[in-house]
Design a protein around this ligand. Sequence first.
Ligand code: GDG
Length: 479
Amino acid sequence: EPSSTSTTVAADLLVVANRLPVDRVVNDDGSTEWRASPGGLVSALAPVMRKNEGAWIGWPGDTGTEVEPFENDGIALVPVALSDQEYAEFYEGFSNDTLWPLYHDLVAKPSFRREWWDSYVTVNQRFADAAAANAAEGATVWVQDYQLQLVPQMLRELRPDLRIGFYLHIPFPPAELFSQLPWRRQVLEGLLGADLVGFQLSGAAQNFVRLVRQRVGHKTHRDTVYLPDGRVVRARAFPISIDTEGFEELARSEPVETRAAEIRRELGNPSTVFLGIDRLDYTKGIYARLRAFSELIADGELDVEDAVFVQVATPSRERVDQYRRLRDDIDRLVGRINGDLGRIGRPAISYLHSSFPREEMAALYRAADVMVVTPFRDGMNLVAKEYVACRFHEDGALVLSEFAGAADELRQAYLVNPYDINGMKATMMQAHRAEPKELSKRMRAMRKTVTENDVAHWASTFLDSLALDRDAHDKQTRP
Ligand code: GDG
């Protein structure tokens, strides 16, 4: 049993997330070091965390090792250890094989296993203990995502002085689906430990409030839940975003420009490059999208001499069965499409099962004429926003699923229903044939949206809302 660490910090702002924003890498000589794993969340929160005696609590990414808290770039990092068995049960099991499919419209069938739930409770308690031990009096704690839904309540139990926020990065399902969960009430009560529960979309916040009313029996009004002890919990939408300026800067840089041109050359200078970039996940709709594209070629609408589909599928959750099966299915599909429709040096689909540095991603975005983002369900989908951020020439087309959170904001995308293959085919062709003037009109509007609403704006809006409600509450309850 891993125990909690001995040294502690007294942070005023804590982020509690499944993963620390660093990776432990083992060198050839056996020594280990930490390497920053830059993501939008870290870059958005780093400045405010440095200013506020910040601490980040999370799992360091390998099992079985105990690591003391350490400082990285002005932020205290507090590692929470997981055993191999906990990794399998809490992370791969309950988080990714129960909650993930359940919260994504049952795109895959969730497994309900009682021992996974027990592990979820144990690990959530360990994260809550670590947060409680490292928070200064009256500190603000921001808990992230579906792996840690019990932490708010556990933490409030231990530290009623704290201001607690929670943010869910994935969809929150309607009552009809959520109610399948054998531990539905515990999860709702876990979340109700927070003062503010944030979601990507207002529909998700409404699902949550309705469930709380139905299943827990608390009084609610609009975005507010009234608890019997007089405390209130708010449920609101805070659509997440990207470091827009950072992406655009990268896309404008000379090495990326050169690389983008090189990519097109290496693809044989086709007139149209279609692009998909996703974690290899069954929610992302990769299979249906590739089929739609292959039919356009088979139908003679597109020709492999001048159109290619580049699909990057980043390896993900490779030990979970459904992900293994998906990988095999896609391998087989790509093999068949290229075997049937490709010509020498001209595969219909250029398929890459690997991950790439940010520079290469930016070059791909710059090289692509039509970006195809067709998840069956997605909390937001940052890839869509990254593509827009990189298109500073205001060209390129975005084909986007209505079931991605991003579709709420990016109204000028070519919206599709990913279950409708013929509809997707027609819309992909419409995007492919669009006049430059039409494309730039759409792209300009979308660029305005992602520029005005970047990830820094997301973080400050959430934290301001969390702080504001406290001030209002303090005023009301002060004698
Ligand atoms: C969850 C929710 C929500 C991908 N491959 C590589 C790479 N990436 C980067 C992308 C993008 C991120 O990973 C993926 O974000 P998405 O939003 O597209 O999807 P999820 O991973 O499912 O994220 C989602 C998000 O949380 C945030 O709240 O939007 O709905 O499911 O940034 O660029 N980055 C690099 N190499 C790769 O090969 N460097």
